[in-house]
Unconditional design. Structure first.
Length: 414
């Protein structure tokens, strides 16, 4: 099916049929499970790449001379200015697929020396909210998040780089909290998935409707639970803390590399430590790794250097993490050979790696005493926190992902 759409796309390029080039590019991307389409002008041609399972893959090229017409076509679809090529523009449009699925396309253009680069982010409006278990959460990590969202008030933060699934994790939590007897408000940029039962709002910074102003206004809407798309500044974190102190549960995202570094980031925003320790309940750090294709998965033994790295990480595994002793004894790992099912990549789909820090009195005491982040992390691991590296290695031992994927996103502990 995918190859037929690629064939139609190639024929449209040869014929110079602009509407068909745009249509078949989008259709082929949707059928390939791509999250983004990149159209990148180079010196003589334009390269189209799809981001599939978090990795960019080249798809096709077309002549540079038809690129302005393709850009104009997408700009018309997304209500952008077709006569403005000097500055970046952002827009969105909706399309309906052959099987009647509504797709939201977020369009971004960016001027380069060879012409305008364009990225289309594809969002399936009918996509079901995955459960926390489907995302890859298990064992102690899952229990800690479930305990956090059962609290009547406080702050739950998810951290990680762009595209690591933070917002999806929050949606999964909201799906569990979404009952008829609670009022849930969200302030997002943009609203990625519309959920019945939630009051969802999108920020507009150009008219001064920001996360901070939205959150402050939301407090006057008699909420029980609030979700803020991102904590970016001191003002937003101050209002989130105020909301938690006045009996609300607040969920949000923050850009940091690990759970403990989130504490340091909030400290750097000059938030009083006693306020942070009394409101933050749970901090989640997460990454996405590709799943090994089940149809071409094979066992292998890694080299000695990699094995020593793995053994060191697993030697500090918390006792609360129940793992099959045979897996830890044999240390056999898996990789994908590549087959027709996975398009000869060896991977298909993605799964999350999670590091969940649950605030307790000992951690609060250390934070209030200005203890360095390395000592905070040591205490968190002593309290049973599984690191991103350990979470990935356990999934690699079970054949869900590869060692290469784990160390692509997780830093090894020295």
């Amino acid at each position: 099916m995918q190859s037929s759409k690629l064939h139609f796309l190639s024929e449209a390029i040869i014929a110079g049929n602009i509407p068909n080039i745009v249509m078949y590019t989008i259709v082929h991307a949707i059928e390939s499970r791509a999250s983004d389409i990149h159209a990148e002008p180079e010196k003589n041609t334009v390269r189209i790449r799809f981001r599939i399972d978090g990795v960019l893959r080249p798809i096709v090229e077309y002549p540079l001379n038809i690129h302005p017409a393709i850009i104009s076509r997408v700009k018309i679809m997304s209500n952008l200015k077709i006569d403005e090529q000097r500055i970046p523009q952002d827009g969105r449009c909706q399309i309906t697929t052959e099987d009647n699925r509504d797709m939201d396309l977020r369009v971004s253009t960016f001027p380069t020396v060879n012409g305008e680069k364009m990225v289309l982010r594809i969002q399936d409006e009918a996509k079901e909210i995955p459960s926390l278990e489907d995302l890859g959460l298990e064992g102690q990590n899952l229990q800690r998040i479930m305990a956090g969202i059962r609290e009547p008030n406080g702050i739950i933060l998810t951290s990680g780089p762009t595209g690591s699934g933070k917002t999806t994790t929050l949606y999964s939590c909201l799906h569990l909290l979404n009952k008829t007897d609670v009022n849930i408000l969200t302030i997002e940029d943009p609203v990625e998935i519309q959920m019945d039962g939630l009051n969802q709002s999108q920020i507009h910074p150009d008219i001064r409707f920001t996360f901070a102003t939205g959150l402050r206004s939301a407090l006057r809407q008699d909420p029980d639970i609030m979700m803020v798309g991102e904590i970016r500044d001191r003002e937003t974190v101050d209002i989130a803390i105020e909301a938690a102190l006045t009996g609300h549960l607040v969920l949000s995202t923050i850009h940091t590399n690990s759970a403990v570094e989130t504490i340091t980031r909030i400290q750097n925003m000059e938030v009083p430590l006693f306020l942070m320790t009394s409101t933050v309940n749970v901090i989640i750090a997460q990454r996405l790794v590709r799943r090994i294709c089940e149809h071409c998965r094979e066992k292998y033994i890694p080299d000695e250097d990699t094995l020593s790295l793995v053994k060191h990480a697993l030697s500090n595994l918390p006792p609360s993490e129940t793992v099959d002793s045979e897996l830890l004894k044999n240390l056999v790992f898996y990789r994908g050979k590549g087959c027709e099912v996975c398009d000869n990549i060896g991977y298909k789909g993605r799964v999350g790696l999670y590091e969940v820090l649950s605030m307790n009195n000992e951690l609060r005491r250390l934070i209030l005493n200005h203890i360095p982040s390395m000592d905070l992390e040591a205490q968190a691991m002593k309290d049973g926190m599984t690191t991103l590296e350990q979470s990935g290695l356990l999934k690699a031992l079970r054949g869900e992902t590869s060692l290469m994927e784990v160390y692509r996103v997780a830093r090894p502990k020295k």
